[in-house]
Design a protein around this ligand. Structure first.
Ligand SMILES: C[S@@+](CC[C@H](N)C(=O)[O-])C[C@H]1O[C@@H](n2cnc3c(N)ncnc32)[C@H](O)[C@@H]1O
Length: 288
């Protein structure tokens, strides 16, 4: 199937000192050409040396859980705050992490549909370029949207049937909410998606937390603030509440646990909890 991305206009580039998306690519091994990124990355490593490892734990979980959804027959994926492509201009991760969401799904479902969403125009440009080059038969597209503007988000999702409600959708919200300062905006975003999604849909969230290492994460938050980045680690209760009355992927109440421990196949599943510096939870929308 041909890709809608190829026909979409490139968006205007906005110069930034650094950004959560570019730093995220740096943690995964990219060599950023932006001096600002390297400066901030150095300052972050000084106060929280485990940050690159925590980002890799999060990314491996992203790939593992995407494959779990594909194995369960979910063929529509919505990747919120998708960040740069893994092997594009800003990404050069090791072999394990150098896969994109659509490549993972495509291994099981050639005609699956993946919708990437980000509010960083440079990420969207990079994704559209990457998708045009590699998506093969998978229907992959990239939307420029602020996920806290839920009216616009749902409008863009329904336009051209990018995502349809006739079958379950898996929503990946991995390490995106910590970059949104307004707790209520995060809750509203998730509430409207939970309501809009059809039964059988899945919601996967990872969220940075200070619960395991409060002092380090407080310093980390300070470094980000100096770099102009608004970073909001949150407690387990906040992330748990995002799932509302949905059930855990494996049944029962939703388990929100350190990210590396969520999937037994994770390379770091036996690592101490503070290595994750974040929580993961995955839930399924019950039938009415
Ligand atoms: C740290 S990166 C996470 C990338 C990827 N999800 C992962 O887990 O590896 C956070 C991404 O969320 C995006 N983002 C932050 N706030 C957003 C918002 N309000 N709407 C859409 N995307 C947002 C950033 O541009 C960035 O690409």
């Amino acid at each position: 199937m041909s890709l809608a991305d190829e026909r979409l206009p490139m968006t205007e580039r906005v110069p930034l000192q650094t950004s959560s998306s570019r730093l995220s690519a740096v943690w995964l091994g990219a060599r950023s050409a932006h001096e600002g990124d390297q400066d901030v990355a150095r300052a972050v490593r000084n106060v929280f040396p485990r940050q690159p490892a925590a980002a890799r734990i999060n990314r491996e979980h992203h790939l593992l859980i995407t494959d779990v959804f594909a194995q369960r027959g979910i063929t529509q994926i919505l990747d919120l705050g998708c960040g740069y492509p893994a092997n594009g201009q800003h990404g050069a991760a090791g072999p394990l992490l150098s896969q994109n969401t659509h490549e993972v799904v495509q291994r099981r479902w050639h005609a699956a549909s993946v919708t990437y969403v980000d509010n960083d125009p440079d990420v969207v440009n990079a994704r559209r370029t990457e998708v045009a080059a590699t998506a093969g038969q998978t229907r992959a597209r990239t939307l420029l949207a602020d996920i806290t503007d839920t009216v616009d988000l749902l409008d863009q999702l329904t336009r051209d049937a990018a995502v349809t409600r006739d079958r379950p959708v898996a929503v990946l919200a991995h390490d995106v909410f910590p970059w949104i300062s307004d707790d209520d905006a995060v809750r509203r975003c998730v509430d409207s998606l939970r309501e809009w999604l059809p039964p059988g849909s899945a919601l996967s969230v990872t969220h940075a937390t200070a619960d395991m290492t409060p002092t380090w994460i407080q310093r980390l938050t300070g470094v980000y603030a100096e770099a102009g980045l608004s970073f909001h680690p949150r407690g387990r209760g906040f992330t748990t509440d995002l799932f509302g009355d949905w059930e855990d992927l494996y049944g029962g109440p939703v388990r929100v646990i350190p990210t590396a421990r969520h999937q037994p196949g994770h390379h770091e599943s036996k690592a101490p909890d503070f290595h994750s510096a974040g929580y993961a939870g995955v839930a399924i929308k019950p039938s009415a």
